[in-house]
Design a protein around this ligand. Structure first.
Ligand code: NAD
Ligand code: UDP
Length: 324
């Protein structure tokens, strides 16, 4: 198959490109590097089945090498720091950018998968979050450029399913981590691991009683592939994430125990509109896709810390390694 990955130079996108190549697909990756990094795909450049285009999907796109059979849409800033730095671009990539990819999918008769987010549930009032929960989103707060534009992209995708019969599915990803996490994007996993490796205090925002559920990237990519290719997923919305819910204080203790037991944990002011609890109900993914995560948090943190340790010893040209 010829498979297009928008956001292919990002954290998850680069792992997805690798997995698709390993399955024997031809991969066309697109990225404008707004939050991605060429280092994530440097090892794939030159692979005979890999094609890369530096392109902003807000602009119309045409792939000269011919039509594609499937489109994975991962292009969007994803971390609170990333989308706060680029709020307008976030709105546009999830609206105009999504529309450009939907039009391309229709023209090429390609299957389509869009990566939405647990942020579509906002600060949820229902736990764990099932796909039929409509969410609790602040439409004008600092996170709204992400939450609301992802909700718009879901709605637009469903119109293409309803009006044109497009073979499309929506996948809501919960917090995902692993090697190639950007050490500067401010997410809790890279922050805590880099802080621990550098011997700095681990910085908890707020009480530390807020929860997240962390999914290792290889599990997530396996879920994306199943969501695209399993019969009966067209028109469906599916949560992908690890239901192992942890408080942020517990998560800090896990990182400290594994990476550097000598570091202290400090408490700083909380973030505005920080969701209080987040945990996926993955019943649908389990039954429809026969998928569930396999990598434990402890194992995933070990693997991710190894990556960051190597990065500190052998820094990439354009990534600075001073954790906050
Ligand atoms: P990332 O920032 O590493 O990857 C996103 C990629 O999209 C980057 O390489 C970026 O440069 C590219 N991009 C952004 N705007 C673009 C545009 N206009 N044109 C072309 N490329 C563009 O983030 P990630 O963590 O790999 O996330 C991938 C997708 O998964 C995103 O859509 C995100 O919203 C979604 N998601 C991620 C998580 C997570 O925990 N990582 C959770 C929920 C949803
Ligand atoms: N967080 C924290 N310290 C940090 C970074 C994040 O306590 O150095 C908290 C943040 O306030 C949130 C959780 O960790 O409650 C997850 O934050 P992240 O930015 O990783 O992603 P989010 O799930 O909020 O999109």
């Amino acid at each position: 198959m010829r498979v297009l990955v928008a956001g292919g130079a990002g954290f998850i996108g680069s792992h997805l490109c690798e997995a698709l190549l390993a399955q024997g697909h031809q991969v066309i990756a697109i990225d404008n590097f707004i939050t991605g990094n060429i280092h994530n795909i440097a090892h794939l450049i030159g692979h005979s089945y890999f094609e890369f285009h530096e392109h902003d999907i807000i602009e119309p796109l045409k792939i000269e090498s011919g039509p594609v059979d499937a489109i994975f849409h991962l292009a969007s800033p994803a971390s609170p720091v990333g989308y706060s730095r680029h709020p307008i671009e976030t709105h546009l990539v999830n609206s105009v950018g999504t529309h450009n990819l939907l039009k391309m999918a229709l023209l090429d008769k390609a299957k389509f998968l869009i990566t939405s987010t647990s942020e579509a549930y906002g600060d949820p009032l229902v736990h764990p979050q099932r796909e039929d929960y409509w969410g609790n989103v602040n439409p004008v707060g600092p996170r709204s450029c992400y939450d609301e534009s992802k909700r718009f992209s879901e709605s637009l995708t469903m119109e293409y399913v309803r009006q044109f019969g497009l073979n499309a599915r929506i996948v809501r990803l919960f917090n995902t981590y692993g090697p190639r996490n950007d050490p500067q994007d401010g997410r809790v996993v890279p922050n805590f691991i880099m802080q621990a490796l550098n011997g700095h205090d681990l910085t908890i925002y707020g009480t530390g009683m807020q929860t997240r559920s962390f999914c290792y990237v290889s599990d997530l990519v396996a879920g994306l592939l199943k969501a695209m290719h399993t019969e009966g997923t067209a028109g469906e919305v599916i949560n992908l994430g690890n239901p192992d819910e942890r408080t942020i204080t517990n998560f800090a203790q896990v990182v400290a125990n594994i990476v550097n037991p000598d570091v202290e944990i400090v408490y700083l002011p909380g973030r505005v509109d920080d969701p209080n609890r987040r945990c996926p109900d993955i019943t649908k993914a389990r039954t429809l896709l026969n998928w569930e995560p396999k990598v434990s948090l402890e194992e995933g943190i070990r693997l991710t810390a190894e990556y960051f340790r190597e990065l500190i010893n052998k820094p990439l040209d354009n990534i600075e390694l001073l954790a906050s």
